[in-house]
Write a protein that binds this ligand. Structure first.
Ligand SMILES: [Zn+2]
Ligand SMILES: [Zn+2]
Length: 185
């Protein structure tokens, strides 16, 4: 019997196009074990990263790209606040990794493939929502004309967080706002 996937254990939603099952790798950032439907391999690193941390990386990259728009999340990644080693998945790990992420493709290298069609669609929809007149004040930095890249990254983070059905406690504050807005619309 293989090792259990942390995200399966928590009954998080699946990344479409992959089957849930035994864990295939440990997340480079937070250390949890994740299955194929709950993680992805970043070939350019190379590293395996769990779905929670993909969301966290996109959020941190969005905050960085927006030019001081967002808050930098205090503790992204699964279970910030539970009893695992608090030095794992520290913000600095996210910040360093996120420095190399300007576009969603920089993290999800095969974004153009069919299995990510839903993510491209949802991220586009959400980024347009962020640019719209109803964007709340806390997210206004993402509505600026020059913030298209930040919007795209934040849209992808929100789309993936929604697909995985992550609890709000897993999300960075700025992303919580976006997800709340999406649920309100
Ligand atoms: Zn899983
Ligand atoms: Zn992780």
């Amino acid at each position: 019997m293989g090792a259990a996937c942390y995200l399966c254990e928590h009954q998080y939603g699946l990344i479409p196009g992959q089957s849930a099952g035994d864990a295939v790798g440990a997340c480079k950032l937070c250390g949890v074990l994740a299955c194929l439907a709950h993680g992805m391999r970043d070939k350019s690193r190379p590293a395996y990263v769990c779905g929670c941390c993909v969301v966290g990386l996109l959020t941190v990259a969005a905050g960085k790209t927006s030019g001081g728009a967002g808050d930098s999340p205090a503790g992204p990644g699964p279970g910030a606040g539970d009893d695992r080693d608090p030095t794992e998945g520290t913000p600095s790990g996210f910040a360093i990794w996120a420095q190399g992420i300007e576009d969603v493709e920089d993290l999800i290298g095969d974004l153009a493939e069919e299995r990510w069609t839903w993510l491209r669609h949802d991220a586009t929809y959400l980024s347009e929502l962020l640019a719209g007149p109803d964007t709340p004040a806390s997210l206004k930095a993402y509505a600026r004309p020059g913030a298209a890249r930040a919007r795209a990254l934040m849209g992808a983070a929100a789309a993936l967080a929604t697909q995985l059905n992550l609890p709000e406690s897993e999300l960075a504050p700025a992303l919580q706002h976006v997800v709340q807005e999406v649920r309100r619309v």
